[in-house]
Design a protein around this ligand. Structure first.
Ligand code: 2RA
Length: 337
């Protein structure tokens, strides 16, 4: 019993995390197929679901699955997702940005808009920065109505994949052991001892694409096409959890106590908000956890009695990618059961 599940990009940081989450969540996997480029094909990968020989990706092999997770780049997803799903093929859950803003493709955070995925073969997983923010933003929106939103991010190296994490570790080690200043290949500048206010390409409006994704994707997922959102995205030298400082203006008056109650009841959220005892969200405590930490919750008076500030931290590879994707598949299994 169970499903044949394919992971394309199985040797990447997100692909590996998808296999781990399938196991941690007890997803009903009958057979797991791991796909990669020709370079890794034939290698045996030790996974929590057993030792699996990696296959070179092919459309027919992918089509023999029930669920296919794409953890590859947008160009690949653009070309192959339709070929995999066509003629009643498997469900594809795509981690790239290729399909996110396509009006025919649902962009899903399961706790918010899983209904949009019903009956669909291709489903897009949001950008990590968006999904982590929305875990807190959406429950607050349901209670208070969010009118405006200002986000500043502190993003981990994992957003640039396994090579980004390795560069951070290697360059930090080099500096600590030799005193030689860090250098860079993956990031636009050396990341250790630094923060870089530049993630992805600059757009015509001089926001980066990473920043605009927060605006575009939040609107689509929450079904609020006119939501005012402005984001500044910054890469910092942490490993795999993104942090975000978020300020909102609400429709209805908001208090920190009521916001805390709402967030305590929200699925996928852990309120960590006892600042006098040094308890607040941090990348180190959010790492490896399924829930997004929310804390530093304060009513501000910038927007009269309708302003709230808070800080979120979420594991970039989990809620930001693999966990969100596996939760979509879990929900679809339930929908079709
Ligand atoms: C980043 N959001 O953090 C990107 C990864 N999808 O670089």
């Amino acid at each position: 019993d169970g499903y044949t599940v394919g992971v394309v990009g199985a040797t990447g940081a997100v692909g590996e995390e998808i296999v781990s989450v399938l196991s941690r969540r007890g997803f009903p996997v009958k057979q797991l197929k791991l796909f990669s480029s020709a370079r890794s094909a034939g290698k045996v990968k030790n996974t929590p679901l057993g030792d699996i020989t990696i296959q070179e990706f092919s459309v027919p092999e992918a089509r023999s699955c029930d669920y296919v997770f794409l953890a590859v780049d947008g160009d690949f997803a653009k070309e192959y997702a339709p070929q995999i799903t066509q003629d009643n093929g498997p469900v594809v859950i795509d981690n790239s940005s290729a399909w996110r803003m396509d009006p025919d493709v649902p962009l899903v955070v399961p706790e918010i808009n899983i209904a949009a995925a019903k009956g669909k073969k291709l489903i897009a997983n949001p950008n990590c920065t968006t999904s982590i923010a929305l875990m807190a933003l959406y429950p607050l929106h349901k209670e208070f109505g969010v009118k405006k939103c200002i986000v500043s991010t502190y993003q981990a190296a994992s957003g640039a994949g396994a090579p980004g994490m390795q560069e951070l570790l290697d360059e930090t080690k080099k500096y600590v052991t030799t005193g030689e200043l860090p250098s860079n290949k993956v990031f636009a500048h050396p990341l250790p001892l630094n923060v870089i206010p530049h993630i992805d390409k600059f757009q015509d409006n001089m926001y980066t694409k990473e920043e605009m994704k927060v605006t575009w994707e939040s609107r689509k997922i929450m079904g609020l096409p006119d939501l005012r959102v402005s984001c500044t995205s910054v890469r910092i030298p942490t490993l795999r959890a993104h942090s975000e400082s978020i300020t909102i203006e609400t429709e209805k008056p908001v208090s920190a106590d009521r916001a805390r109650e709402v967030l305590r009841a929200a699925p996928g959220v852990k309120v960590v908000d006892d600042p006098l005892n040094n308890q607040y969200p941090m990348p180190l405590t959010a790492t490896g956890a399924f829930d997004v930490e929310v804390g530093r919750i304060r009513a501000n008076d910038v927007f009269g009695d309708c302003g709230l500030d808070f800080f979120v931290c979420g594991d970039q590879l989990l809620r930001g990618a693999a966990l969100n994707a596996v939760l979509i598949a879990e929900a679809l299994v339930k929908q079709t059961a």
